[in-house]
Structure formats: structure tokens, C-alpha cells
Design a protein around this ligand. Structure first.
Ligand SMILES: *Cc1c(COP(=O)(O)O)cnc(C)c1O
Length: 428
């Protein structure tokens, strides 16, 4: 595969941008090689600056549930840009997006828009602390909640991939307020509550983990988490930045029938533009300024471009049968991939919830971080490059989710399975 233009750009990028990338997950540091610079995307495909075409399962790391440059999104963006992109004053569409979110997620009675998932999670933690008057939080090893200081402790995603789950530059005094439990292990949570009575403000959790690769919650785990927060006067924060409007029309909370106190969102609700949101119970949200004493603000929060892209995306997702269609495609893909792995006798476990999935190079089951880390990441790296050669774009890390969009067709999925078989056959 010819990549001379990308290689030249990457050399140039490294002169001016740390590591040549504006988010570490984009670098190919853990799999080796040079990332292609993407020139454009359409539907389920992207093209790099050298003209190579890829079937895309990265989906910009989750937001692009409708695929690239969906006509409804493009049209509203053009129209909005002509009328001004930011006013720092309320706009009507903010109300519409908030209404759609509150309508879809029954636990969310009131919602504040921000500009990233990081901001949403950072603010949700601050809010839980303000509401409970407690400082400590529990997170799970391998879960990622953005890059706010106290959340970069045993974090997933790029932090995990690059071997720095607990970031340098986070004061020990912050990190010590973050208690790290094991996903799908309620005992590890109980021990923290016993050891820290009346000190834990909240549990923050990805209800379906996506940032150590996809790991679904074990039966009863989320219920147990909810009960222990209730029993101890702590709040439950669902980080639905990936799962919101991805695993179903009502998020993971709808899928598993759990009512968290606070929910964070991002990715899909911005339709490919920078957005985040946090919302929840009215009495909790009333702590947020200007109503209450918890301060949080944003110059570009709720700007019409991002909000309209989000509304257009969520409206498309309201069409009947969309989530069933996404799931059918994802099942077709993961079934096909499972057979492809079996055919070459490479141990694998494919975890899937809705249209998010990860194929682990691991005999499995993969039910937590330690299991995920038992995967053959060296072989994943070789598979990744073999897939790039075949024209399929997957995450440059074993510890990430893949995403199917409504723009993928059955033919695309069949083609992908065939390409994966070819890629896998080169590994042995
Ligand atoms: C992506 C992600 C975030 C952070 O969102 P950004 O918009 O990248 O800041 C937070 N939580 C989860 C679960 C995510 O996947």
C-alpha cells in the first residue's frame, strides 16, 4: 500500500505537534508504522491523502453512528454556518437537543451541554462531590472517562494502550481521592465502601466498558453497583459517552433497566462535532450554577453548529427499526469474524453489545481488564496492519471498540469478513 504522502505529512506533523497527533490514540505507536492522513469520508468509507480506500470501523471513535458526512447532518451544518456559528447566548436548538436527551434517557430530568466527554465527566464528578459533600470517587480499572486529573488513574483507552494508565502530572493528592475497583467484581467495590464510610461521593462507570475493548457488564453487576451507592448515600454516574444512543435508543440504562443519578454523554449526541453533556435527577442538577453553588461554564457550550448536528443525528436514530438494523449488521460481522478466527485456529473472543464490539486475541472469556490484558497484542498489531493492507480501518489498539454504522451495508460486512479472513491467514 502506497503511503508516501501520509509519510511526508507525518514527518512534518512531528515537527510541530507532539508525536504528530492531537490525540495519542491516533498514533500507531503501539502497533508500529505511520498513520494514514485522512482526506475525506463518505458513508462507511474513508480515503487517505494517497488515495487508499478503507471500510471504516473506527467511526471517529464512536460519534459517527450514521457514517461519514450523512446528508441530514451536512445539510443542517451548511444552513447553520450561514446564520452564525456561536453567540454566547441561548439558542432555540439547545432546548430541542436537551428535550430529545431527557425524552430518551428517563433518568435525565435536566441536562447541561458542554463541549467534550472529558468536560462532561469532570463536571459530573464535581457535581457529585458538591451534592454529597464528600471527596472520594470509585472508578474501575480500564474504564476511561476523559483526561481530567482525578480520572486518569488506571484509565483505559490510549492511556492503557501507551502504558501510562496513571498519567504523570496528576498530583498524588488528587489521585488518592480516586479509588480503583475491578470491573465486574462487586467485592472490590464493597471493600472500598467498608474502608471509607461516608467518604465516597460517587461511583463512575462505563455501563458497557468500551475503553479496555468491549466488556459487557456481568449479570447483576450494574444492579449491585446501584444498590451499594443507594445504601451508602453515594451517587451513581453512568458514563454513556460511548453507549448513549449506541447500544439502544435509551442508552445502556435503558438496555439494562438501571436508573443512574447522573449520566454523562458525548460522541453521538454531537453528530461528529465537539459535544458533551451531563444530566440527571432534578435535585442533583439544581446544584449547578446559576441555580446552585457548583460552578461550570463554557464559551462554546451549546453552540448551534454542534447542537444542530446532534439533533439531526438523534432524529435519524428515531426512525423505526434503526437500532435493530445496526444490531443485525453487527451480529453478521461478529459471527463472520468468529468463523474467520476459527478457520485459522487463532484463539479469539469477540465481545459485542449492540453495534459496538471488540475481537480480542485471547481464548477468553474477557470479562475484565486483567483478561483483556491477557490478549496477544503483538498479534493484534500484525492483524491491524494486515487489515489496513486489505482496506479495512480498525482501531490501532487491542483495547478499543469497533463500531458499525447505519451506512454499512450487508455487502460491506460480507466484504469485511472476507478481508479479515485474508488478513488472518497471513498471521500464521
Ligand atoms: C471518549 C470517551 C470520553 C471522553 O470524551 P472526549 O470527548 O474524548 O473528551 C469519556 N468517557 C468515555 C466512556 C469515552 O469513551
Amino acid at each position: 500500500m502506497q503511503r508516501s504522502k501520509s509519510e511526508a505529512l507525518f514527518a512534518e506533523a512531528q515537527k510541530y505537534i507532539p508525536g504528530g497527533v492531537n490525540s495519542p490514540v491516533r498514533s500507531f505507536k503501539s502497533v508500529g508504522g505511520t498513520p494514514p492522513f485522512i482526506a475525506r469520508g463518505q458513508g462507511a468509507r474513508v480515503w487517505d491523502v494517497d488515495g487508499n480506500e478503507y471500510l471504516d470501523y473506527l467511526g471517529s471513535w464512536g460519534p459517527l453512528v450514521l457514517g461519514h458526512s450523512h446528508p441530514a447532518v451536512v445539510e443542517v451544518l451548511k444552513k447553520t454556518a450561514e446564520g452564525g456559528t456561536s453567540f454566547g447566548a441561548p439558542v432555540e436548538q439547545e432546548v430541542e437537543l436537551a428535550k430529545i436527551i431527557c425524552g430518551a434517557l428517563p433518568s435525565v430530568e435536566s441536562v447541561r451541554l458542554v463541549s467534550s466527554g472529558t468536560e462532561a465527566c469532570m463536571s459530573a464528578i464535581r457535581l457529585a462531590r458538591a451534592f454529597t459533600n464528600r471527596d472520594k470517587i470509585i472508578k474501575f480499572a480500564g474504564c476511561y472517562h476523559g483526561h481530567a486529573d482525578g480520572l486518569l488513574v488506571k484509565a483505559g483507552s490510549g492511556a492503557l494502550t501507551h502504558g501510562i494508565p496513571t498519567s504523570a502530572g496528576v498530583p498524588e493528592s488528587y489521585a488518592s481521592e480516586t479509588l480503583v475497583a475491578e470491573y465486574n467484581d462487586i467485592g472490590s467495590v464493597e471493600r472500598f465502601f467498608e474502608a471509607n464510610p461516608n467518604a465516597i461521593a460517587a461511583i463512575i462507570i462505563e455501563p458497557v466498558a468500551g475503553n479496555m475493548g468491549v466488556v459487557p457488564p456481568a449479570n447483576g453487576f450494574l444492579e449491585a453497583i446501584q444498590k451499594i451507592t443507594k445504601d451508602n448515600g453515594a451517587l451513581l454516574i453512568f458514563d454513556e459517552v460511548i453507549t448513549g444512543f449506541r447500544v439502544g435508543p435509551n442508552g445502556a440504562q435503558g438496555l439494562y433497566s438501571i436508573t443512574p443519578d447522573i449520566t454523562t454523554m458525548g460522541k453521538i449526541i454531537g453528530g461528529g462535532l465537539p459535544v458533551g453533556a451531563y444530566g440527571g435527577r432534578k435535585d442533583v442538577m439544581e446544584m449547578v450554577a446559576p441555580l446552585g453553588a457548583m460552578y461550570q461554564a463554557g464559551t462554546l457550550s451549546g453552540n448551534p453548529l454542534a447542537v444542530n448536528a446532534g439533533i439531526a443525528t438523534l432524529k435519524e436514530l428515531q426512525k423505526p427499526g434503526i437500532f435493530e438494523e445496526l444490531e443485525t449488521l453487527a451480529v453478521q460481522l461478529t459471527d463472520g469474524l468468529t468463523k474467520a478466527f476459527q478457520a485459522v485456529e487463532i484463539p479469539s473472543t469477540i465481545n459485542r453489545v449492540g453495534s459496538m464490539f471488540t475481537g480480542f486475541f485471547n481464548a477468553g472469556p474477557v470479562a475484565g481488564l486483567a483478561h483483556a490484558q491477557g490478549s496477544d497484542t503483538e498479534m493484534y498489531g500484525r492483524y491491524f496492519h494486515a487489515m489496513q493492507e486489505q482496506g479495512v480501518y480498525i482501531a490501532p489498539s487491542q483495547f478499543e471498540a469497533g463500531f458499525v454504522s447505519t451506512a454499512h451495508t450487508e455487502a460491506d460486512i460480507d466484504a469485511t469478513i472476507e478481508k479479515a479472513s485474508k488478513a488472518l491467514s497471513t498471521l500464521r
